[in-house]
Design a protein around this ligand. Structure first.
Ligand code: THU
Length: 134
């Protein structure tokens, strides 16, 4: 990994400063690290029609795939300053798999709130997953 886990978490922390979360007041930043060393970051973007809100991870995947990235996903870090710990919601796990599944990678997922960081493989967070079409 070209960036260490703490460095990637720092990028997620910086992204959380851009969170648009006036409804939940729960700010989240995500940083995606790719095999070519590139990074994509995003924050959660909420909406007055609550159900339309986007999580930071989903916003980051949309940004990356919209820029033409397919696979090559090494790691994802997420950070919130508003809770002790965090892990991706179920929808984001599936959205992350759509990107990772492009080349069958099993990226590292690192989550940190105000407490200690936790690490998983995406396959641990979404076992027996329904993946992208071949
Ligand atoms: N949220 C994320 O952005 N990522 C997560 O992993 C968990 C939840 C957002 C969605 C919503 O804007 C706010 O946090 C509260 O759920």
């Amino acid at each position: 990994m070209s960036l260490s886990a703490p460095e990637l978490l720092d990028r997620a922390r910086a992204a959380s400063a851009h969170a648009y979360a006036p409804y939940s007041r729960f700010r989240v930043g995500a940083a995606l690290l790719f095999a070519d060393g590139s990074l994509v970051t995003a924050s959660n973007v909420e909406n007055a029609s609550y159900g339309l809100s986007l999580c930071a991870e989903t916003a980051a995947v949309a940004k990356a795939m919209g820029d033409g990235r397919r696979g090559g996903l090494l790691a994802i870090a997420i950070h919130t300053p508003d809770a002790e710990e965090i892990s991706p919601c179920g929808r984001c796990r599936q959205v992350l798999l759509e990107l990772a599944g492009q080349d069958g990678s099993d990226p590292l997922v690192i989550g940190q709130g105000t407490g200690e960081p936790r690490e998983w493989r995406l396959s641990q967070l979404l076992p027996d997953a329904f993946g992208p079409l071949p």
